[in-house]
Design a protein. Structure first.
Lengths: 655, 463
């Protein structure tokens, strides 16, 4: 049996394929389907609603996979409301109002920037989510554009679709059978940009996230700050299945997550082969046996198996029957896995094993939440008499050398759900990688979130009429469109700006001002770009309040600097004055500055040479000239052009 | 939905375009537009109220798009699959120990399934279908279902009321331990009121139920309402016409409201139904019922139900407003209306210019009764001159009868007699608490949001 642990991976060899769904909040005044203010978050609430989600029957008259799972968890869902940012729409007590046209405009802008084909008539659809993150049980969403592309590493990254949708609630807590959500973020307009499965390495994923982020920001109509953009990363390897890592908060975390998931899939495929080799091929081959061993464990030295510790756990967390707490008395259950010895310790992600896959499912689906959720015979915890206790349990369950044992505890009903879930996870293992969504953890690994729903969960929103997107509207938006980041990138690069400076300008929206200044004053793009991308930071560090200088002022400054090169050379001093007196008249300020060459500057230059010559007699002529130029400019900056002083020096040395 | 035309909803240019490429609704197609984009999916029916410029496709991804006919370059038919609206039935388990409940359908969907291919909602109604959708029902009762008719709640009318009353009588006489009526919520209050008059001397509960969020939504209140209603019908002790809907908007408990005192009070909230000028009959959830009202008719299977399904639909409500002109009254009389309910201001008032018209109407034998548009409280016309004038004219106060209840009752009474004295006597004699002698102090509570003490209360309870 070959086990593979975390190590470098040949991504090409394993057939790594990654696609992205990038979510970006829009800078609108109101939410997407109601008139609540957008972006007003609160940490307190003044109303609460209790709900449950019931799966709707699908086409075959059966509940679909996700739906069934969510229903099994029997989650109690609580929404925390605050009147300032939540109305009866978010509570699902009022149908949607007409879709926010401002949001639709931004989505169209994004589509145009990506070269998408704009949909002629936009239809709102409902996408089911039964985890409670949206009180209706579905997210309202609509495709606005399809078939876009963006230049990426010398090739094209395809954009399958751009849609506009409402954001979900923020999770407050998730304990056993109770999940609590806050509705302030619910209904905020988002655009979702979906790329094709075109990415091949973890590094590419990070780069693509940053690139799409730059495109979004280029519209100038998106929100920034924590939580304003999140991405789902879809990962698969050859022979595996699409797994969605949901809500990756930072681009830099993506490579580690993709790497871990690639490992996980490779290892799960190996586990599949191992199971097949052992003769487990069909779902009915997986048989688990279980028994109530509460009595047997009543005096266990492993404290979590004792009822009084469970009671303390409940009291400590203040769990209430009918809310957090599952049904039935406290129960310890032993689950025998015949013929599956060695599979629980099977590696999956770096430092994780197959038993952790079970833990994730039991936590989410069975509502078991007391750590470590399960203990198992292949890696039994060490405590007083631990070996002896384990042997006792193995004997009670008649486990042989080929069998493994899992022990779980909690309310009886939950332990029974857990047994079935363990069986189902092994059934999934026969097939390799289950379709699921996983939540990203800060250490670069992921944990089970839910079964990935299929396209079957989408259906038309009968509450909202379609919106026709007219040619005039698209053309109007196109006319005001800022250039896309790659176009800018090319232009700036040709002008001689370094990559870091370019990305900084695009990310911080400084590029708009740069382009405006260049267009209106005829200033050199390289000079203006470098100034805003690099020099400005230095000025700010030197204590100049650059924030006080508005865009009008910048335009004035650059047009003056175009006409009078001295102003540019003395810019540190000029800007210090401008920043200090943001209201003053520009011309007056310039008059106050010493500008224009004093008649006696040549003599002053000679004075400098005379005093400094004594100190610096020896150095070679070129070095000396540079040194003198520096010293002289300290005295003459803003009055005489550097070029003139340099020329005068040259004449003195060579003449 | 069963016999839809191949061009459902499409007309004009869109229909032409579909014809041109020999495709129809439910065709699985690949549409190519002038930008070269390909859209693969099913052609969905289009609402007739939308324009004739777009073809709607449900794509494989699940998203719908509308494609402008001018941009269509090619439509290839890949297949055709007519939507089949059928719910596979599972047999509703029979348990001899459980009560027998009959569910009468009037048209609203209580349970349904969604056709994901098309997005259509297919009602579940037979016990087998309902068992598939709300399996909890099998723990409560043995269920029988009967579809009486299929109309939207706003299309309910007098013939339907009579038919429904007869059906209730038949089911009770056939031995039902309780009746549940599935009904749209818009006019649920009207139906509850009229059945309170047409179906009397009930031996078992009759519970009207619906939903504020349709049952194709995961957050629907339908399944819980149905469970509550079936519990009330199967096990409840209240042998009256009742409405069973959410108490709070949370998935918490339902309330049983008396048919003559219930009213829909919000256009969309789940907790829209309220008992006015009194308190609800009971609190109900899946397992328990708590009686709130001390005065109700108890379940007694030996009692003989009395069906009295008659009507005269020449009745109307005048919602009085300042400046109302007498010609409205005159027009009703001229058109042959026999009964007018006025929803008057304050204690039951209208302006002076209406007096002569009302006098004339009454002189012609039209029965004019007064309720209050404040909804809570009594028509007490003896207090002010205006009221006393109206009494003198012959307008009869109906105390705290709700205007809609009064309209239903007037139509029902006129089905019995047109004799003025007899009509007024019947109108003023309560059949089922439509007039109560007193209003308890907790019969009117509309909490004012924003007040510190109310906010404190709300913070501690489910909304
Ligand atoms: Zn709102």
């Amino acid at each position: 049996m070959k086990l593979i642990h975390s190590a470098p991976l040949d991504y090409e060899k394993i057939g790594l394929v990654v696609g992205l769904e990038v979510h970006q909040q829009l800078l609108t005044d109101h939410k997407m389907f109601c008139k609540c203010p957008a972006g007003l978050y609160t940490n307190e609430h003044d109303g609460t609603v209790l709900r449950h989600m019931r799966p709707t029957l699908s086409e075959l008259g059966e509940y679909d996979g996700t739906a069934l799972m969510e229903f099994k968890t029997r989650k109690n869902i609580i929404y925390l409301l605050h009147h300032s940012n939540t109305c009866t729409y978010e509570m699902d007590d009022t149908p949607p109002f007409l879709v926010n046209q401002q949001a639709l405009d931004v989505a169209i802008e994004q589509c145009l920037m990506l070269g998408c084909d704009i949909i002629d008539e936009v239809h709102i659809a409902r996408k089911q989510y039964l985890d409670g993150s949206i009180p209706t049980g579905f997210q309202r969403t609509a495709i606005v554009g399809v078939n876009g592309k963006l230049p990426f590493r010398g090739r094209e990254l395809s954009v399958t679709q751009v849609s506009v949708e409402e954001d979900s609630c923020r999770e407050v807590s998730d304990q056993a059978h109770l999940i609590v959500w806050r509705t302030d973020r619910l209904g905020m307009p988002l655009i979702e940009t979906v790329t094709g499965p075109d990415l091949r390495t973890p590094e590419e994923v990070e780069e693509a996230i940053l690139l799409i982020g730059r495109v979004c920001r280029s519209t100038r109509h998106v929100r920034t700050g924590p939580g304003a953009s999140r991405q789902d990363v879809n990962v698969s390897v050859a022979g595996g299945r699409r797994v969605e890592i949901k809500g990756v908060p930072y681009a830099w975390l993506a490579p580690a997550l993709v790497h871990s998931e690639a490992w996980r899939q490779v290892n799960l495929l190996r586990l599949r082969d191992e199971l097949h080799q052992r003769g487990f091929t069909k779902p009915e081959d997986i048989v688990v046996e279980h028994a109530d061993v509460t009595e047997l464990c009543a005096e266990s030295n492993l404290k979590v198996l004792r009822e009084e510790i469970w009671q303390k756990h409940i009291e400590h967390h203040d769990w209430r029957p009918g809310f957090e707490l599952g049904k039935g008395r406290f129960c310890v259950r032993a689950v025998k896995l015949p013929g599956l010895n060695g599979t629980l310790n099977w590696p999956t992600q770096p430092d994780l094993i197959f038993a952790d896959e079970l833990r994730g499912r039991l936590r989410v689906i069975a509502g078991l939440s007391q750590q470590p959720i399960l203990v198992q015979s292949e890696k039994w915890p060490v405590y007083k008499d631990s070996r002896q206790e384990m042997r006792q349990l193995l004997k009670r369950m008649r486990c042989g050398a080929d069998d493994s044992l899992v022990v779980i505890w909690g309310p009886e009903q939950d332990t029974l759900t857990a047994v079935e879930e363990i069986r189902l996870r092994y059934v999934d293992a026969l097939d390799g990688v289950p379709h699921e969504t996983r939540q990203p953890l800060p250490d670069g690994t992921t944990d089970f979130e839910r079964i990935l729903p299929g396209p079957d969960r989408m259906y038309p929103d009968t509450d909202s009429p379609p919106t026709m997107i007219t040619r005039e509207r698209v053309e109007g938006l196109q006319a005001d469109l800022p250039s896309p980041p790659w176009e800018r990138y090319e232009r700036y690069r040709r002008a001689g700006l370094p990559d870091n400076t370019i990305f900084y300008l695009i990310r911080r929206n400084g590029a708009d001002l740069v382009d405006e200044i260049v267009a209106k004053t005829g200033a050199d793009l390289r000079r203006v770009g470098f100034f805003f991308g690099e020099e400005l930071k230095g000025l700010a560090r030197a204590g100049v309040n650059v924030e006080a200088i508005g865009s009008e002022r910048w335009l004035e400054f650059f047009s003056q600097a175009q006409a009078r090169p001295l102003i540019w050379e003395d810019r540190r001093q000029v800007l210090r004055t401008l920043a200090a007196e943001p209201e003053a008249d520009f011309e007056d300020l310039l008059d106050d500055l010493e500008t224009g060459a004093p008649r006696d500057w040549q003599r002053r230059l000679d004075d400098v040479l005379a005093t400094e010559y004594i100190k610096h007699g020896a150095a070679e002529p070129e070095k000396r000239q540079r040194y003198y130029l520096g010293v002289a400019m300290n005295e003459l900056r803003g009055m005489v052009l550097v070029a003139d002083v340099a020329q005068a020096l040259k004449e003195r040395f060579n003449g | 939905m069963a016999d839809q035309q191949p061009m459902e909803g499409y007309r004009g240019r869109a229909a032409e375009k579909l014809g041109e490429w020999r495709v129809r609704t439910w065709s699985e197609v690949c549409v190519v537009n002038d930008a070269g984009s390909e859209f693969i999916g099913v052609i969905l029916p289009r609402s007739e109220t939308f324009d004739d410029l777009h073809i709607v496709l449900k794509q494989k991804t699940g998203y719908n798009v509308g494609i402008h006919v001018d941009r269509v370059r090619e439509i290839k038919e890949l297949g055709y699959k007519k939507a089949e609206y059928k719910i596979p039935e599972k047999e509703f388990p029979r348990n001899p120990g459980l009560p027998a409940v009959t569910l009468l359908g009037t048209g609203g969907t209580i349970a349904s399934r969604l056709d994901y291919r098309t997005g259509a909602v297919i009602p579940a109604f037979t016990p087998g279908e309902l068992y598939g959708a709300v399996p909890e029902l099998a723990d409560i009762c043995n269920l029988t279902t009967k579809k009486i008719f299929g109309v939207f709640s706003e299309n309910m009318g007098w013939p339907e009321y009579c038919q429904l009353a007869q059906a209730i009588g038949d089911e009770i006489n056939a031995g039902a331990d309780g009746i549940v009526i599935g009904h749209g919520t818009d006019t649920m209050g009207h139906t509850a009121a009229v059945l309170s008059f047409m179906v009397q001397n009930l031996p078992v509960p009759v519970v009207i139920v619906g939903s504020q969020r349709s049952s194709d939504r995961p957050s629907s209140d339908a399944a819980l309402n149905l469970t509550h209603a079936v519990n009330a019908a199967a096990n409840g002790d209240i042998a009256e016409i009742q409405v069973c809907m959410f108490g709070p908007t949370s998935d918490s408990y339902g309330l049983l409201h008396r048919g003559t005192r219930v009213r829909k009070m919000h256009s969309s909230y789940r907790s829209t139904f309220r008992t006015l000028s009194d308190i609800p009959l009971a609190i109900i959830d899946r397992d328990n019922q708590t009686i709130l009202h001390p005065d109700y008719r108890r379940r007694d299977p030996s009692r003989q139900v009395k069906i009295d399904a008659v009507y005269d639909d020449r009745v109307s409500v005048l919602y009085y407003y300042p400046g109302m002109k007498p010609d409205l009254v005159e027009a009703l009389v001229e058109k042959g209306y026999r009964g007018i309910v006025i929803a008057g201001t304050g204690l039951g008032h209208v302006n002076k210019p209406l007096y002569p018209a009302l006098k004339a109407a009454i002189a012609q034998g039209v029965h004019v009764v007064m309720c209050v548009q404040t909804l809570w409280g009594f028509a007490q016309m003896y207090v002010y001159d205006t009221g006393r004038d109206l009494l003198d004219i012959g307008v009869v106060p109906l105390d705290n009868m709700l205007p809609e209840t009064a309209l239903m009752k007037l139509g029902w009474v006129l089905g019995h007699t047109d004799d003025h004295g007899e009509v007024l006597k019947m109108m003023r004699a309560p059949v089922s608490h439509e007039i109560t002698g007193r209003e308890p102090h907790n019969g009117y509570i509309v909490l004012q949001g924003g007040l510190p003490e109310v906010q404190e209360y709300i913070a501690g309870h489910w909304k």
